[in-house]
Design a protein around this ligand. Structure first.
Ligand code: HOZ
Length: 428
């Protein structure tokens, strides 16, 4: 496949946009080559500026769980746009999507809408700090909670991809309040809490990590975090930006039957428009302005187009309980197919999967935390990525990102992908 026009467009973009992209991991720096410029997308496919059709396993990094240009979402946005695109005043739509989200997700009474997952997580820790009157937070190495200052400490996703998990520009003062722990290691978390008794406001975690590949929690990890938080007056924040409304209607809280104190959302909740949200029981949410002292605001928060898209998406997921099982079945089929061909081609690998998230790591050992994720062979990943691109398959241009399975993928698409992986892995 040729990507000539994409390369030209990238060269033009580089003149006026830093690195030619508006989010670093898109730039292909970790895999080499130049990014693909998209013209349109429908269902499971991307159509690029060179006229290629690509099967999409990124799906806008998560939101397009039902495929691109999903009609109920597109129609809802078109109809709303005709009525005005932003008011900065309350609309009934905001209450409708809030009520639906509260009904779908266990253990939350109220939800506040923002514009991105970054904003949701940033606001959640401010709320936790205000509520507990403590300053420190615990985050896990390799987890990514957006690009706000407190989280760019051993962050996953694009941050690890470029080898800069700690960003210049984050002050030492901010960094000192972020304590690091090891994902899937409760003893380590206990030790960090012990060393900072009565100082920790919150533990924030991706309850299924998706920014160092897909890493599910080991048995007892989430339950253990819940117990440690309860025993120590710490709020447990689940960053469900990737997993919310994806792994189950009620996200990881429902799937693992573990209650978080605050839950952050993004991606699916906006149906592909810029939406984030954070939610908790009333006692905590009422601590937010205008009811409480913790300030948080936004001109475009609750934007009618974004809310219309999100509502159409959540309604579909709420009404058709079979979607999540279908997604899981497709993921399991893909994983089994990849496993078979990679074994046959004597490739060293590990596949992690849960629900509609999957990642392929080029290392033989179990991938359970940042350290084990970092052991993957990036040279093999590069060959894998570019080989698949030539076959018309688009996975994330980084070994540290999960793939997202969409309901629009057919079993023919999955078979095509498995055959392509067979062909590509023969050349390793
Ligand atoms: N934060 C995203 C990866 N987990 C990247 C977003 C993007 O580049 O669009």
């Amino acid at each position: 496949m040729l990507y000539k026009r994409s390369s030209q467009l990238f060269a033009e973009a580089e003149q006026v946009i830093p690195g030619g992209v508006n989010s670093p991991v898109r730039a292909f720096k970790a895999v080499g080559g130049t990014p693909i410029f998209v013209k349109s997308a429908k269902g499971a496919y991307l159509y690029d500026e060179d006229g290629n059709r690509l099967i999409d396993y990124i799906n806008s990094w998560g939101p397009m769980i039902l495929g691109h240009a999903f009609e109920p979402v597109v129609n809802a946005v078109i109809e709303k746009a005709k009525l005005g695109t932003s008011f900065g005043m309350p609309t009934e739509l905001e209450t409708q999507i809030a009520a639906l989200a509260v009904a779908m997700v266990p253990n939350i009474d109220k939800i506040r809408f923002v514009n991105s997952g970054t904003e949701a997580c940033m606001s959640a820790i401010r709320l936790a700090r205000g509520f507990t009157k403590r300053d420190k937070i615990i985050k896990f190495a390799g987890c990514y909670h957006g690009h706000s200052d407190s989280f760019l400490i051993q962050a996953g996703s694009g941050a690890i991809t470029f080898g800069s998990p700690n960003s210049p520009g984050v002050t030492a003062g901010t960094a000192k309040d972020t304590l690091l722990a090891t994902y899937n290691d409760l003893e380590n978390v206990k030790a960090v809490i012990e060393a900072n008794k009565n100082e920790i406001a919150a533990i924030i975690v991706e309850p299924v990590a998706g920014n160092m590949g897909c890493i599910p929690p080991v048995n007892g990890f989430l339950e253990g975090l819940r117990t440690l938080c309860t025993e120590n007056g710490i709020l447990l924040i689940f960053d469900e930006v990737m997993t919310g409304f994806r792994l189950a209607k009620g996200g990881v809280q429902e799937l693992f039957d573990v209650d978080a104190d605050i839950v952050c959302f993004g991606k699916v909740i906006g149906g592909g428009l810029p939406v984030g949200a954070f939610a908790a029981r009333a006692e905590i949410m009422n601590y937010l302005a205008p009811l409480g002292p913790v300030y948080q605001a936004g001109t475009l928060s609750g934007n009618p187009l974004a809310m219309a898209a999100g509502l159409a998406m959540l309604q579909t997921l709420n009404e058709d309980a079979t979607i999540f099982q279908r997604l899981e079945d497709k993921t399991a089929y893909l994983a089994a197919g990849i496993d078979k061909v990679l074994k046959a081609n004597k490739v060293v690998f590990t596949i992690n999967t849960i629900g509609s998230m999957i990642s392929v790591h080029f290392d033989a050992n179990p991938v359970v935390n940042f350290k084990s994720a970092a052991n993957g062979d990036n040279e093999t990943f590069k060959k894998f990525f570019h080989g698949l691109l030539q076959e018309g398959i688009y996975i994330a241009p980084s070994a540290y990102e999960t793939w997202f399975i969409t309901d629009a993928l057919t079993y023919e698409d999955l078979d095509f992908t498995i055959q392509a992986i067979d062909k590509v892995s023969k050349t390793f």
